[in-house]
Each structure stands twice: as structure tokens, then as C-alpha cells.
Design a protein around this ligand. Structure first.
Ligand SMILES: [Mg+2]
Length: 219
């Protein structure tokens, strides 16, 4: 059966989470939030920046400045333009897939264009980039994945989501889609994180992107 593969971007197609979360941690520390890089990764990976700011308020009791989102966006873009790398094997994996693909990210389209463009894999997904900014509720709500499937003209039960974050896997499950957890990003460790992604709703967890076509075919 031909399936639409919906890729998350950060931590799945590009290794951006390490640099982005080090920067976010420094920003939060500077604004009175006592948090480590590891805690930032555990807490905020997979969330939009708006959701991030809300969670900082409820969990840490810190009201971030009004310009938090544009500021962190600007600084993150600078860091990523220098430090982002592609996940190994993405081009080969996409070439090996039988069906269509798209990208669905909590980040804005400009960020996807920057990271995918800088790493030389934007041509694989041009015109099929979907952002949480296009829907009312971000991950873990199903809205973004349902929007992406709808735009591609594919029913949710014919979609496979590839995600590195628990919020993203919850969103896939809520959308009625199958989901693969990916642990090949630099911020993930297969041994440490496999169970966490299973618990969040992954049907299966893998760590080498070149294995994707055979995994999708077997679904
Ligand atoms: Mg991700």
C-alpha cells in the first residue's frame, strides 16, 4: 500500500535541536529561568515557540518579554545558518520511498527553508512544507498533521509520521496516523530514548534514516 510519509523537520531531517536548545537555554537563564540544556530538551522539544512561552509561564512562573518569539527566532536563525547539518541518509531514504512525502514542523516555513536549504535537501520537499503557524493548535494536537494530509490529498490512515519528539508522536496518534520514532538526531540516544518514544505512541523506533523505506513498506 502506498503511504504518505510526513516528516518532522528538526531532529528528523536536520540536526538543529542541539544548537537551538543551547541558545534557548541561555536566553531562559538570562531571563530568570533556572534550567539546564538537558531540561530544555526534555521540556520544550517539539513545541512551537508560542507554546514554549506559555509553558515557561505556567511551569516556571516567569513571564517572558513580549518580543521573545521574534527575538529567539532571529537568534536561532543566525546560529542554525552556521551550525545546522543534515541527518545522514535523508536523500537516499526519500529516493527509496514508493509514495509521496511532505514536512510538518512546529517551526515556521522560513526556518524550514533555512535549515533544509543550508543542508542542501530543500529540493526534496519544495512546495510541501507545512507549519504549525498554518493551524490553530500546534503539536501535541493533531491539527498540523491533518492539515498536511489534507493538502496532500491523502487520508490519515494512509499516512506515516516520522518524529523525534513525544509531543509529535502524541499528535500523530491523535490524528489517527501511524508513527515511527526516530533516534538518529544528535540530541537523541537510541538506548536512552527508545522507550520514551514508544510510550508517546510510536509504533516502532529506528535510528538509521536509510532504513526508513523498508520500515514504511512493512507497515
Ligand atoms: Mg522534532
Amino acid at each position: 500500500m502506498t503511504m504518505l510519509v510526513i516528516f518532522d523537520c528538526d531532529g528528523v531531517l536536520v540536526d538543529s535541536e542541539g544548537p537551538a536548545n543551547r541558545l534557548l537555554t541561555r536566553y531562559l537563564n538570562d531571563h530568570g529561568v533556572d534550567i539546564s540544556v538537558a531540561e530544555t530538551e526534555a521540556t520544550f522539544i517539539g513545541l512551537s515557540l508560542d507554546s514554549c512561552a506559555k509553558l515557561v509561564g505556567t511551569r516556571y512562573g516567569v513571564q517572558l518579554p513580549d518580543d521573545f518569539v521574534p527575538e529567539i527566532r532571529r537568534m536561532t536563525a543566525e546560529v542554525l545558518a552556521r551550525e545546522v547539518t543534515a541527518i545522514a541518509g535523508v536523500r537516499e531514504a526519500v529516493a527509496g520511498l514508493q509514495g509521496p512525502t511532505c514536512v510538518a514542523s512546529s517551526g515556521e516555513v522560513a526556518k524550514m527553508q533555512l535549515t533544509l536549504g543550508t543542508t542542501g535537501i530543500l529540493d526534496l520537499f519544495e512546495g510541501r512544507l507545512y507549519s504549525a503557524t498554518m493551524v490553530r493548535r500546534g503539536k501535541p494536537a493533531p491539527d498540523l498533521f491533518l492539515h498536511a494530509a489534507d493538502q496532500c490529498g491523502v487520508a490519515p490512515d494512509r499516512c506515516v509520521v516520522v518524529e523525534d519528539s513525544p509531543f509529535g508522536l502524541q499528535a500523530a496518534q491523535a490524528a489517527g496516523m501511524r508513527a515511527l520514532g526516530f533516534t538518529g538526531g544528535g540530541h537523541r540516544d537510541h538506548g536512552r530514548d527508545r522507550q520514551m518514544l514508544i510510550d508517546a505512541g510510536a509504533d516502532l523506533v529506528f535510528q538509521r534514516m536509510i532504513d526508513l523505506p523498508s520500515l514504511v513498506q512493512a507497515m
